[in-house]
Write a protein that binds this ligand. Structure first.
Ligand code: CMP
Length: 138
């Protein structure tokens, strides 16, 4: 099992001024930051990142939203990183997220849900490599 996961702080949380509080909660939960940057996805790049969802009805909305403003992308390290991070952020739909989770506290809606977290070790590696070169991951 890999000990890394990948996250993005999405444009809604950036616009609403939650980036600092979200990073604080992530670090206090025991994750080490392996790599981190603020950037902005073009519509094309957002489409490439979410290519797995291309056939979904929400793909257009998702890629428009994810390219609508700056984001923070980061690779995180901790034992059991993928599963523990998904617990920390809560359910995809903030209405169903547990009390105290990042999405419960900071998300706007199902589509604008404050943060992304990889769903598998394999995707964590693919997603981290999408944003960061090997030289940036340490
Ligand atoms: P994320 O974990 O980043 O990966 C895919 C994203 O698609 C997900 O978060 C949600 O923000 C978004 N998503 C999932 N279902 C819907 C939906 N029904 N409508 C809009 N966006 C959705």
């Amino acid at each position: 099992m890999s000990n890394r996961t990948f996250t993005m702080i999405k444009p809604d949380a950036m616009r609403n001024g939650h980036a600092g509080a979200i990073l604080d909660q992530i670090i206090k939960a025991g994750f080490r930051i392996v790599a981190l940057k603020q950037t902005k996805l073009s519509l094309d790049k957002a489409g490439e990142f979410y290519a797995v969802h291309k056939e979904r009805p929400f793909y257009g909305e998702l890629t428009q939203f994810m390219s609508s403003g700056v984001i923070i992308a980061a690779i995180l390290e901790k034992d059991n990183a993928v599963a523990d991070f998904r617990t920390l952020i809560g359910a995809t739909n903030p209405a169903q997220a547990e009390e105290g989770t990042i999405r419960k506290k900071f998300a706007t809606s199902l589509g604008e849900n404050a943060v992304h977290g990889s769903d598998s070790d394999e995707n964590a590696k693919i997603e981290g490599d999408f944003f960061f070169s090997g030289l940036e991951q340490f």
